[in-house]
Every structure is written in structure tokens, then in C-alpha cells.
Design a protein around this ligand. Structure first.
Ligand SMILES: [Mg+2]
Length: 223
């Protein structure tokens, strides 16, 4: 077991370019509550947090009941968008190839740590043919929001991998802070929803082709 290593992926902004559907669902949720929509950059800055935490940051003056309605409105809007036959949320370029390279390595396990719900993650994985690719899937339903390390600690526990042999890959400061809090190394991606300069990861990558080498560097094992 000690030879195993674990690569933990964030989803939105890292694997999947979901900004179109997130902004569309947010627009519907705010319209339903009659609150002015924050600007697009503000909305994208919270992607990855739990929904309740997201609305706490986006509209701090809204009370818990209003936030509850916003969360429900967002979920409904998202589900509605999913029933429409649109090509929303593509994989980022090179994502599938990088997953295949890592998946083919006997000593590398893959995991997901996402602010998405179980239902939301299942749909995304199904849509992209990624069901069963990840050995451990941590979702927002049963964990405190990032950057609490709960999701990573559970993924390490489920796979039996030590923190020294694990890396967290993500596009936001929430992912990097979560990784550091869990004692794992971090890889930041420059194509997501937070400015790359804010991430301060162990390694910053600019395309998925660079991922396998970055994982090798940080875990000290070769592919
Ligand atoms: Mg993200």
C-alpha cells in the first residue's frame, strides 16, 4: 500500500469548464429571489465552495431563510438546465488524456473533491464518460465547505494513501488552502476561475499535458 499515490481533482474550473451553466443557474436563482445578481467575476470567484457558503459571500445581507431559497432556486435552475439538450460544461483541453495517463499507472489512484452535490457530480461524470474513473469521490453533501480539509482526509482514509504521497489539483485558493490544511502537496491550474497569481501552489501548470510530470515531481515516484 505504501507505494500508492493519490491525485485528487477539483471539478469545476479544473476538469470541467462549467462557468456557462453556473452563471446561468445563478442568474435564475437571483431573479427568483428578486436580488440583483453580483457581477460575473464575483460569481466565478465562489465556485468550489458549498452553495450555502457561496451565497453567504455573494449576498452577506441576506438572512438564512433567503439564502435557503437561493440555494433551492440554484439547484432547481441547474437541474432544469441539465434537462435541456445543450452541450454545457465541456472538459478542459487535455483533461481526458491526462486522466488516461494517470489511470494507466498501477500505483496511481484518482479522487475527486468537489463543492458539487452527489447528484451533480454523478451527472457530470456520466455525461463525460468518467463514471468509475475515480477511486474516491468526495462531495459537498457530507462535508464542510472547502477549505476545510475534511474531503481530502476522507479520500486519504478511503484509499490508504499517506498525505506525503498525495496531491490536490485545483483552480482556486480554496483548493490550495484545503490541500495545505490536509498536509498534501498542491498543483494549481492557471485555466480556472481564480487568478493564477493568487494560488501559490507547489507547482503551477498551464495545460493538462504538464500534469503527470508535476505529480511525479511532488510525490517522488516515476511513472
Ligand atoms: Mg474549482
Amino acid at each position: 500500500m505504501s507505494d500508492l499515490r493519490l491525485v485528487i481533482f477539483d471539478v469545476d474550473g479544473t476538469l470541467i469548464d462549467s462557468q456557462a451553466e453556473i452563471v446561468a443557474a445563478m442568474t435564475l436563482a437571483f431573479a427568483g429571489e428578486g436580488i440583483a445578481m453580483p457581477d460575473r467575476n464575483a460569481v466565478l470567484s465562489i465556485v468550489g465552495l458549498s452553495l450555502d457558503e457561496s451565497f453567504m459571500r455573494l449576498c452577506p445581507d441576506t438572512d438564512a431563510a433567503g439564502r435557503g431559497r437561493l440555494v433551492a432556486g440554484y439547484k432547481d435552475a441547474f437541474a432544469e438546465l441539465r434537462t435541456q439538450d445543450k452541450e454545457l460544461g465541456p472538459l478542459f483541453p487535455g483533461a481526458r488524456a491526462a486522466l488516461e495517463v494517470l489511470q494507466a499507472q498501477d500505483h496511481t489512484l484518482l479522487a475527486v473533491a468537489t463543492g458539487k452535490s452527489r447528484r451533480g457530480l454523478d451527472k457530470v461524470l456520466e455525461r463525460h464518460g468518467l463514471t468509475g474513473v475515480f477511486h474516491s469521490e468526495q462531495v459537498s453533501d457530507h462535508h464542510p465547505s472547502k477549505p476545510n480539509p475534511s474531503m481530502i482526509l476522507t479520500a486519504l482514509n478511503e484509499t490508504g494513501v499517506s498525505p506525503q504521497a498525495a496531491v490536490m489539483l485545483g483552480d482556486t485558493t480554496f483548493d490550495m488552502d484545503m490541500g495545505r490544511a490536509a498536509g498534501v502537496r498542491t498543483i494549481g491550474v492557471s485555466w480556472g476561475y481564480h487568478p493564477a497569481d493568487d494560488l501559490r501552489p507547489d507547482i503551477l501548470i498551464h495545460d493538462f499535458q504538464a500534469l503527470p510530470d508535476a505529480v511525479d515531481q511532488l510525490t517522488g515516484s516515476s511513472s
